[in-house]
Design a protein around this ligand. Sequence first.
Ligand code: SF4
Ligand code: SF4
Length: 335
Amino acid sequence: MEKRILGRTGLEVTAISFGGLPMQRCTLTEAGPVLNAALDAGINFIDTARAYTDSEEKIGLHVSSRRREFYLASKSMARDRAGMARDVDISLDKMKTDYIDLYQIHNVKTRKDFDVVFAPGGALEALKEAKQAGKIGHIGITGHSFELLTEALRTGEFATVQAPFNFVETKAEEALFPLARKENIGIIVMKPLGGGQIDNPDLALRFILEHGVTTAIPGMDEVKHVEENLAALKNFRPLSAAEREEMKKLAAEIGANFCRRCGYCLPCTVGIDIPTMFIFHLQYTRYNMKTAIPGRYAAMPVKASACTECGACEKRCPYDLPIRERLKKVAADLG
Ligand code: SF4
Ligand code: SF4
């Protein structure tokens, strides 16, 4: 399987790797076959996060015995030194390992976040100490603000950067990747399938593989996702003119302001599973699943109509989506 060097880390990672966010949607038992299928197929880089509820725990449970077969990355939203130091130790414990290859500062969203991370007593200090202590190998950063990520890369502190890139949202190719390539910073592509909005993994991943990035980390929570995603790499061929036209059409249909199912908006104060509401609505409207979706929606313990419009979720959405407005549409169509 094609491997690429992850920038300054020097690690040779598979061009398609394992995104651990959807692991939190599996049961403890279901997660095992998916993780093991990815390793069996040759994937050698797994990315997860403290924020992905029990994703780290599932990795520890199911593949810590195969630790030498893969590089491991996690991340934390802690902004201060004490919080980050604590999270590194929790990650090590949950994933049953004594070493994490890459630890990232997760989703630096605001100027305030940025300033706290880099200030004395900030999260970066803790990661440097963890590296010195041999708990982690390299330090990276993730986010959705290209302005802040660019500023972060210019500090020279990071070996990798993780940002969204797919054929619907291509801004990183101009706003971030040239600097990363120039500085030999490894590029990890999050949301290569637009958080589930792009239902053609072959097209989506071949588009990314054509670009000079190190690895894409599509989220996988079923064994068939491992197979589908790796097929794009194994059967790689340049995109045809007709496929490029199809991508343009799809990108126009999806638009720019769509839910990527990242889950950063959670927890909702009344327990609404916001990303699932949006994916159900998408399947009901765009994919015309008029029979299957109402039943699945009805089984959700808390419906979109329960939203009290407190606004807590919108402050956490990296895309500033008008969640309250959209939930009203979900409630109108699905109840
Ligand atoms: S605005 Fe609605 S969906 Fe968002 S946290 Fe408040 S109750 Fe939950
Ligand atoms: S609403 Fe925003 S924060 Fe929540 S899952 Fe969608 S993109 Fe992520």
